[in-house]
Design a protein around this ligand. Structure first.
Ligand SMILES: [Zn+2]
Length: 116
């Protein structure tokens, strides 16, 4: 992802309207690009500041830390989703191979090795 693209997605990131794939690419870029990270932090601070003003929460918040937590939370969600997808894929594969073997056995295309 290029900087211009990342900068355009800051708004969507903060509003949680990026897809998993977009979020992943966005986070990957921002992790490695201090300029875009700074930009994200500024937008995030403004967004959170306005939100808290609206909600009249007057305690002080560590907004840069909240952004770090938010990014970690989203990265964790992406990892969980990938793990789940990997597990499902493995299950489907095993299941599929099992079906294929049963089918071939049934149709007589392969024979099981005789044990005696
Ligand atoms: Zn950048």
């Amino acid at each position: 992802m290029k900087c211009e693209e990342a900068l355009m997605k800051i708004d969507d990131y903060i509003n949680d309207s990026l897809s998993f794939k977009e979020t992943e690419e966005f986070l990957e870029h921002v992790r490695g690009c201090p300029e875009c990270y700074d930009e994200l932090e500024i937008y995030f601070t403004i967004y959170m500041g306005m939100k808290y003003l609206e909600e009249e929460k007057l305690e002080t918040y560590n907004i840069p830390q909240m952004l770090k937590n938010d990014m970690m939370e989203k990265e964790r969600a992406i990892r969980r989703r990938k793990l789940l997808a990997g597990t499902l894929f493995a299950f489907c594969l095993i299941f599929g191979v099992g079906i294929a073997i049963s089918l071939m056995l049934y149709l007589g295309h392969i024979e099981l090795p005789k044990l005696l």
